[in-house]
Ligand binder design. Structure first.
Ligand code: AMP
Length: 190
């Protein structure tokens, strides 16, 4: 199984690159952000709890996202692999993901980190805000989301760096160029 984690600050292009990667390698795509937005739209109990948290650009509690991911992984074990987008976002989530992988004799093949300067990220997100309809694509919330990334998600990069499966890319380039670099690494590990 080819299991890929894609990490980067909001606006780094994770969603865009993920669409290309999942199609090319036929992976089961798990975006916790998308799943949580679906829960909100469907008005579920989880949706009601996370709605306000997401609007404020804060991270949803680990137990909620870990339970979502666990359920999805266990119900797609015959898939050619998983592409995790926006998960793990804390070291605790990363440890929980490792446990889940081990329990099922799986492993993370590569962690792809997209690095983009804050100016470019902010500009991209404000542009996206014009059409995305997302409750968290506004200037005030973007600041919180970037802070959450720096405080809680950057340590996840150190976690994977120590494990030796972190690959960092400059995400400040054309979509096709970034995709080509990501594929070079994926082709090596697959
Ligand atoms: P995204 O679509 O990945 O930008 O996620 C949108 C929002 O959903 C984030 O700002 C968080 O509030 C929440 N979220 C998504 N994934 C996670 C996660 N792994 N852990 C905690 N909160 C998350």
């Amino acid at each position: 199984m080819l299991n890929i984690v894609i990490i980067g600050p909001p606006g780094a292009g994770k969603g865009t690159q993920s669409q290309y990667i999942k199609d090319k390698y036929n992976l089961t795509y798990l975006s916790t952000g998308d799943i949580l937005r679906e829960e909100i739209a469907a008005g579920t109990d989880v949706g009601k709890v996370v709605d306000d948290i997401i609007k404020h650009g804060k991270l949803v509690p680990d137990e909620i996202v870990v339970s979502i991911i666990r359920h999805k992984v266990l119900s797609h074990l015959s898939s050619p692999g998983f592409l995790f987008d926006g998960f793990p976002r804390t070291v605790h989530q990363a440890v929980m993901l490792d446990d889940l992988m081990k329990e099922n004799n799986l492993k993370i093949s590569a962690v792809l980190s997209l690095d983009v300067s804050v100016d470019v990220l902010t500009a991209r997100m404000l542009e996206r805000a014009k059409t995305s309809g997302r409750s968290d694509d506004n200037e005030e919330t973007i600041v919180h989301r970037l802070r959450e990334y720096n405080d809680k998600t950057k340590p996840v990069l150190d976690y994977y760096e120590k494990k030796g499966n972190l690959h960092t890319f400059c995400g400040d380039r054309k979509i096709e160029e970034v995709f080509k670099s990501l594929c070079e690494v994926i082709d090596e590990v697959k």
